[in-house]
Design a protein around this ligand. Structure first.
Ligand code: BGC
Ligand code: NOJ
Length: 816
C-alpha cells in the first residue's frame, strides 16, 4: 500500500518515506551493540555510547519547535541555493526526496537542481562510530561547483547536566583539529584533561577548505539552523570553541563534472583510552588552548577507525557485514504465507523492533529522553523474550545483569543504568510484579537454548561482591517474594504498583512535585492486592514448576505447585466479579475493576493474565472474561486498558487517574497488553478472535497514517482509546514491551511454534480462512521446516504436535 508518506519495500527490508513532512518524525536506530544513533527521516536525532544519559555524544533538543531539531546535517550550497538532502533544516523544496529506513541503517536521498545527494548512515559491527557515506552526483550536463558543510553539535557527555548546568557548561568546551592530506578530524575533548578517558571525533576522508567548531561562529548569533551564517556566506570561519557550544563542521568545495559522482566518508565516533595512555606527545594539532595545551589526545584508537574506513570499498564491506548479520538473525524464524502483511511483521519489522527494545529497554527514543529511564527490570525481562532466539548469548548476559540488581528478599530496583549496570534508586522500586519477570525471562532463555548451566551461575544481590548465590536461587526467591507478600484475600500485595506502573494504590499523593513512581509508599496496613500479579504468579509459577521438574527438583516443584493451587483458589473465591476478573483491591480492601464501580469497572490486565493462566478453567471463567473484554474493552483500534476511564483524580488510585480519559493507563489502548488477551484467546481455541485483535494492533495493517501519526513500521506503546479526543492516535513508538509480546503472540501462539524443554511444539491457533503457512525455525542447532495445512477451515488442531529436539534438518507437514 502506497500512502502519501511512503510504502514498505519488503525485498529490501525497508520502509521508504517519500514525503519528509510525516505527521511526526519517523525514526530509526543505528547500531545494535554499544554505539547507537537515533535518526529521523530528516536526519535529526543524536548518538550515544552505551548509555544515553552518561555517554551522550551529540546534542538534541527535546520539546523544540518545530519538534525535531538538531541532528547530523549536510548543507549543500549550489550557487545561491542552499539545501539539505533530508529537507531539514533549510526546508528548501526538493526535486525529489526519499528516506529508506532499513535494519540498523538509514539512507536519505535528496535531489535539487540536478544534484543528487545521498547519505547512508550506519554503525559498522564492532565499531564505536556512525559512518555517513555521502554520495554526490551531478545529474546535469554541465560542471557543478558545490560547497558542502557538515554539521553536528557535541553534547557535554552527561545528557542530564548538559541540559541544565549552563553556568559550568558554557565554560568547559574544548576541541582539537587534526588535518592531514588524507582526512580532517574534529575532536571533542571537553573534560578529557581531568576525569574523563573518552573523546569523540567527526572526520571526513579528505582535506577541507575550512572548518568550524564554535556554534555561534558557524550558525551566527541570531540565525537558526535553517540559515547558518557560514553557509549563507559560503565559507567556514575556522573557529575554535572555547567553552560555549562546541560543534563539528567540515567545509568542502567540490567540483563535479557532468554526470560525475563523488563519495565522501564521514565518521562520527567515540573512543576510550586507558588512563595511562590518555595523552600523546605534542603533535602540532590545533587545539582550543593553543600552545598552552598539555593535553593533546592520544588518537591512536580513532586513527585505527579512520584508516579502516578511508575507502568506499571498506564502507561497503562493513555494510555488507551488517546486512549479513540481519540475514542470519532473521533466518531463525521465517514464515511464508499468503498474507503479505503477516509475513512483513513476522519476518522483518517485529523482529527488528525486538532487537531495538532489547538494546534500549526504555531509555532513548523520541518519547523517552534517555536521561530518565534506563534498563527496566520487568521491561528488559520481557524484551529478551522477543530477542532470545536472535542472539542467545546476549540474552544470557542480560539475564545475569538484571538478576544482579535484585535484593536478597527478591525485591528489585525498578531499573538500572546500562553503563554501570547498577540499580538506579531515582526511578523507584517496590513494584511487586518485578521479581516474577525474572522467571519469565530465564525460562524463555532455557527453552530456547537448553542451556541449564545458566542456573548455576553465581549472581550477587544488589551487585554486592561476596553475596553471590546461584541464579536458580534468585528464581526461587523471586517466586517466594509473592508467597511472602500476600494480602488479606491470599492474593499478592501490589506494593508500589504492578505491571501497571500507574496503579499506585499506596501512594496517596497530593503533592504535584512528587513522582508517583518514587514517592513514599504507605504499605503499612495496606490491603492493596493485585489480580494481575495473581495471574502472572500462576503463569510464571508454572514456568518455575516446569523448570524444577526439568532439573529433577521434584520436591521444590511440589512445594511451588501447592502455592499455585492456593493462588488459583484465592482468585476463584475472591477475584471473580461474576462476568470478569476483578483488577485489584485498594488500600482499604475495596474492589477495583468491578461492576460495582462507577468508573474503571473492567480492566484488561487481569482478564489477560488470569485467562492466560486459565484460572477457573473448569467453570469457564477464562472464556467468560474474554467475552466481557470483547464486550467492554474492544474498539476498532484494539482493546482499551480499562473502561469506563476515570474522569476524576482518585488519591487512592494514583497516577492512573491523573491521565485524561482515553489516554495511557487510563483507558488508552495499551498495545502491550492486547497480546495477553490474544494469547488467552488462542488458549481458548479462538483463532478468529485472536487474529482480529492481532491485526488491530499490528502496524502493517494500519491504514490511516495521519491519524496514527507515529511510525507505520513499529508498534507504539499506546493508541488513544475510545473515550479519548482522537481515538486511534498513536504515541510512544518503539520502546515498548508491545514488541516482545506481539512477537511471542504471533510466533508462538498464533502460528504456534513454541520451544519447550521436550521439543518444538506445533500448536497453531489461526483464523479459519488461513489455508496454509510454512515456518522455518532454526532452533538450537537444528532447523525445522513446518508446513501447516488447514483444508477444513479449522482454527486449531485437536492435539498439538511435539517435534522432539534432534540436530539437523527436519521437514514436517501438520494437517489441522
Ligand atoms: C507512564 C508509564 C510508565 C511510568 C514509568 C508513567 O508516567 O504512564 O507508562 O511505565 O511512567 O515510570
Ligand atoms: C511502561 C513501562 O515501561 C512498563 O514497565 C509498564 O509496565 C507500562 N508502562 C505500564 O505502566
Amino acid at each position: 500500500m502506497k500512502t502519501q508518506y511512503g510504502h514498505f519495500d519488503d525485498s529490501n527490508r525497508e520502509y521508504v518515506i517519500t514525503n519528509p513532512k510525516t505527521p511526526f518524525p519517523w525514526i530509526n536506530y543505528l547500531g545494535n551493540e554499544d554505539f547507537f544513533g537515533l535518526i529521523s527521516n530528516t536526519a535529526g536525532g543524536y548518538n550515544f555510547y552505551k548509555d544515553a544519559k552518561f555517554r551522550r555524544i551529540t546534542r538534541y533538543r527535546y520539546n523544540s519547535v518545530p519538534m525535531d531539531n538538531g541532528g547530523r546535517y549536510f548543507y549543500i550550497k549550489d550557487e545561491e541555493t542552499i539545501w539539505n538532502p533530508g529537507w531539514k533544516p533549510c526546508k528548501t523544496p526538493l526535486d525529489s526526496y526519499e528516506c529508506r529506513h532499513g535494519l540498523n541503517y538509514t539512507r536519505i536521498t535528496g535531489v535539487k537542481n540536478n544534484v543528487r545527494a545521498s547519505v547512508l548512515h550506519f554503525v559498522p559491527l564492532g565499531v564505536k562510530a556512525e559512518l555517513q557515506r555521502l554520495t554526490l552526483t551531478n545529474l546535469s550536463q554541465e560542471a557543478k561547483r558545490l560547497k558542502v558543510f557538515s554539521y553536528t553539535e557535541w553534547c557535554l557527555w552527561n545528557g542530564a547536566t548538559d541540559g541544565e548546568n549552563f553556568q559550568r557548561n558554557l565554560s568547559t568546551g574544548e576541541v582539537e583539529i587534526e588535518q592531514t592530506d588524507r582526512f580532517t578530524a574534529i575532536y571533542h575533548k571537553t573534560e578529557y584533561k581531568e576525569r574523563r578517558n573518552h573523546y569523540a571525533y567527526y572526520t571526513v576522508n579528505a582535506p577541507v577548505q575550512g572548518y568550524d567548531t564554535d556554534r555561534e561562529a558557524f550558525v551566527g548569533l541570531y540565525n537558526e539552523l535553517s540559515e547558518p551564517q557560514a553557509v549563507l556566506e559560503g565559507r567556514a570561519t575556522d573557529s575554535l570553541a572555547h567553552g560555549w557550544s562546541p560543534i563539528a563542521s567540515h567545509y568542502l568545495e567540490i567540483e563535479l563534472a557532468a554526470g560525475e559522482t563523488r563519495d565522501l566518508i564521514f565518521i562520527l565516533g567515540y573512543e576510550e583510552n586507558p588512563n595511562e595512555e590518555k595523552f600523546a606527545a605534542k603533535a602540532g594539532e590545533i587545539t582550543s588552548l593553543g600552545e598552552k595545551d598539555h593535553h593533546i589526545i592520544n588518537k591512536v584508537r580513532a586513527h585505527e577507525v579512520i584508516n579502516r574506513f578511508a575507502t568506499v570499498e571498506a564502507v561497503d564491506a562493513a555494510f555488507a557485514e551488517l546486512t549479513a548479520l540481519w540475514d542470519e538473525l532473521l533466518s531463525k524464524y521465517r514464515v511464508e504465507s499468503s498474507d503479505e502483511r503477516l509475513n512483513r511483521m513476522v519476518n522483518i519489522w517485529n523482529q527488528y523492533q525486538c532487537m531495538i527494545t532489547f538494546c534500549m529497554s526504555r531509555s532513548a527514543s523520541f518519547f523517552e529522553s534517555g536521561i530518565g529511564r534506563g534498563m527496566g527490570f520487568r521491561d528488559s525481562n520481557q524484551d529478551l523474550v522477543g530477542f532470545v532466539h536472535q542472539i542467545p548469548s546476549r540474552a544470557r548476559q542480560r539475564i545475569l545483569d538484571i538478576a544482579a540488581t535484585q535484593f536478597p528478599d527478591g525485591g528489585c530496583y525498578h531499573q538500572y543504568q546500562p553503563l554501570t549496570k547498577r540499580g538506579n534508586n531515582d526511578i523507584g522500586g517496590g513494584f511487586n510484579d518485578d521479581p516474577l519477570w525474572l522467571i519469565f525471562g530465564t525460562t524463555a532463555y532455557i527453552r530456547e537454548t537448553c542451556d541449564f548451566s545458566i542456573l548455576d551461575e553465581l549472581v550477587p544481590w544488589d551487585n554486592q561482591p561476596g553475596s553471590e548465590v546461584s541464579l536458580m536461587e534468585h528464581l526461587r526467591i523471586s517466586f517466594d517474594h509473592v508467597v511472602n507478600n500476600l494480602g488479606p484475600h491470599g492474593l499478592p500485595l501490589i506494593g508500589r504498583a504492578d505491571w501497571n506502573d500507574c496503579l499506585n494504590l499506596n501512594c496517596f499523593s497530593m503533592d504535584p512535585n512528587e513522582s508517583f513512581q518514587t514517592t513514599g509508599n504507605q504499605t503499612e496496613g495496606s490491603k492493596a492486592e493485585s489480580l494481575m500479579i495473581a495471574g502472572l504468579f500462576v503463569y510464571c509459577g508454572r514456568q518455575y514448576v516446569d523448570l524444577c521438574n526439568a532439573c529433577n527438583m521434584s520436591a521444590e516443584a511440589a512445594r511451588a505447585e501447592q502455592h499455585i493451587q492456593n493462588m488459583n483458589q484465592a482468585v476463584e473465591k475472591y477475584g471473580w466479579d461474576g462476568e470478569w476478573y476483578l483488577r485489584a483491591f485498594d488500600f482499604y480492601g475495596h474492589k477495583i475493576g468491578s461492576k460495582e464501580n462507577e468508573e474503571g469497572k473492567i480492566f484488561i490486565e487481569s482478564q489477560g493474565w488470569c485467562a492466560m493462566a486459565r484460572i477457573g478453567a473448569e467453570q469457564g471463567l477464562p472464556e467468560k472474561a474474554l467475552d466481557s473484554a470483547a464486550k467492554w474493552l474492544d474498539s476498532p483500534h484494539g482493546m482499551v486498558l480499562n473502561y469506563p476511564a476515570y474522569t476524576t483524580y482518585h488519591i487512592e488510585l494514583g497516577e492512573q487517574s491523573t491521565y485524561p480519559a482515553g489516554y495511557k493507563e487510563n483507558g488508552g489502548i495499551f498495545c502491550h497488553n492486547n497480546p495477553w488477551v490474544i494469547i488467552a484467546q488462542t488458549e481458548a481455541g479462538r483463532g478468529n478472535d485472536a487474529w482480529d485483535l492481532y491485526r488491530k494492533i499490528a502496524p502493517a495493517w494500519i491504514e490511516d497514517q495521519d491519524l496514527h501519526k507515529v511510525e507505520p513500521y513499529v508498534y507504539c506503546q499506546m493508541v488513544a482509546g475510545k473515550e479519548a479526543a482522537k481515538p486511534g492516535e498513536g504515541k510512544n513508538s518503539w520502546l515498548t514491551g508491545t514488541a516482545a509480546w506481539n512477537w511471542l503472540t504471533v510466533s508462538q501462539h498464533i502460528l504456534g511454534i513454541r520451544p519447550t524443554y521436550e521439543g518444538l511444539l506445533v500448536d497453531p491457533c489461526i483464523p479459519a480462512d488461513l489455508k496454509e503457512f510454512k515456518v522455518t525455525r532454526k532452533w538450537r542447532d537444528a532447523e525445522y521446516v513446518i508446513t501447516v495445512k488447514n483444508p477444513n477451515g479449522k482454527q486449531h488442531a485437536d492435539t498439538p504436535t511435539c517435534l522432539p529436539y534432534a540436530p539437523g534438518k527436519h521437514n514436517s507437514v501438520i494437517i489441522l
